[in-house]
Design a protein around this ligand. Structure first.
Ligand SMILES: Nc1ncnc2c1ncn2[C@@H]1O[C@H](COP(=O)(O)OP(=O)(O)OP(=O)(O)O)[C@@H](O)[C@H]1O
Length: 308
């Protein structure tokens, strides 16, 4: 099947001479939720802005649902909904008129029932006649989402959708994202809340210094790069890690009460049995122990750190 978005050898050099994207290749599958992660300044917004036709690429091609975003801009753009990072919309218009106008811009026939459904899903129906300027920040953000959906796009971009929004809106948003995906919409989101990507995304892409350094199925990524941690709660605190354990991947908590052992969950051996024997020989007793898997956040920090 043709990908929802195909990006090939995409380069962006800004007028300042700064190269924000250095030859990106990326294929977004139909109907997936793709989380694009990267530190500040990595190039996420630049990439999204090019795909949505807001910024001109220096070279390379982007196809949205098979349409070239430069040569066949209108067709490509009509497939895409964008919820930008910044809030901007016509302050004097009512919510309803804004949506109606936005749908019309894409040449779509009026469909009040569809617009009503979006507004109800976003808890904006009661505000349909309110001018945008009279809405709270969170409601304005909901309007941005409603606007992005007004022309029934196949592909939805959410650029930092939950930055500064309250818990309720965040929950509504993820519920909506899941139901859009169930209806076949492809969703690409950027977020700084990596635990959100961990919860919601099917695949993860990591961009760093204008390059895609990894694209992977979330579960595979976590299995491949995830580490496990064994924490031993000691009977009596240690001052320091004994010299005979120096070659072990151990850390001691600041209060000396916990020894933390990191191991590869998928290696042939974990080394735990050996460690426990060593502790026994050293007469280091523990009251309790527990294991924990590393989060996507830890994997991310580790990967980005390695590509500094
Ligand atoms: N108009 C511009 N002219 C020159 N440089 C720019 C321009 N817009 C962005 N940049 C630079 O390009 C790089 C990528 O910026 P971009 O906004 O795409 O990053 P980002 O990954 O979205 O970051 P953030 O997480 O902070 O939103 C940054 O170094 C930025 O300073």
């Amino acid at each position: 099947m043709q990908p929802a978005i195909s990006v090939s050898n995409l380069v962006k050099t800004y007028a300042s001479g700064f190269q924000a994207l250095k030859g990106i290749d990326l294929h977004i599958r139909r109907g997936e939720i793709f989380a694009l992660l990267g530190p500040n300044g990595a190039g996420k917004t630049t990439l999204i802005s090019i795909i949505c036709g807001l910024v001109k690429p220096t070279c390379g091609t982007v196809l949205a649902d098979g349409h070239d975003i430069v040569r066949d801009y209108r067709a490509a753009r009509s497939k895409i909904g964008l919820v930008p990072q910044e809030l901007f919309t016509d302050a004097f218009e009512s919510v309803w008129d804004t949506l109606k106008f936005s749908r019309g811009l894409f040449g779509r026939r009026p469909d009040p029932a569809y617009l009503e459904k979006i507004l109800r899903n976003l808890s904006l129906w009661d505000k349909r006649d309110t001018r945008i300027m009279a809405l709270s920040g969170g409601m304005k953000r909901r309007v941005m989402i409603a606007k992005a959906l007004s022309h029934e796009p196949l592909i939805l971009f959410l650029d930092e959708p939950t930055a500064g929004v309250d818990v309720e809106l965040r929950r509504d948003m993820w519920e909506m994202v899941r139901s859009l995906r169930a209806n076949g919409v492809t969703i690409i989101l950027t977020t700084h809340y990596i635990e959100e990507a961990e919860q919601i995304a099917d695949r993860i892409g990591i961009i760093h210094h204008g390059e895609i350094i990894l694209v992977e199925d979330k579960h595979i990524l976590m299995r491949k790069l995830g580490k496990k941690r064994l924490t031993l709660h000691l009977q009596s605190p240690l001052q320091r890690i004994p010299a005979s354990l120096a070659d072990q991947p151990l850390t001691l908590s600041a209060d000396g009460n916990n020894l933390i052992y990191t191991f590869d969950a998928h290696g042939d051996t974990t080394g735990i049995a050996h460690l426990l024997r060593q502790l026994n020989d050293l007469e280091i007793d523990f009251k309790d122990l527990h294991t924990q898997e590393s989060s996507l956040e830890e994997i991310f920090v580790n990967l980005v750190g390695r590509h500094k």
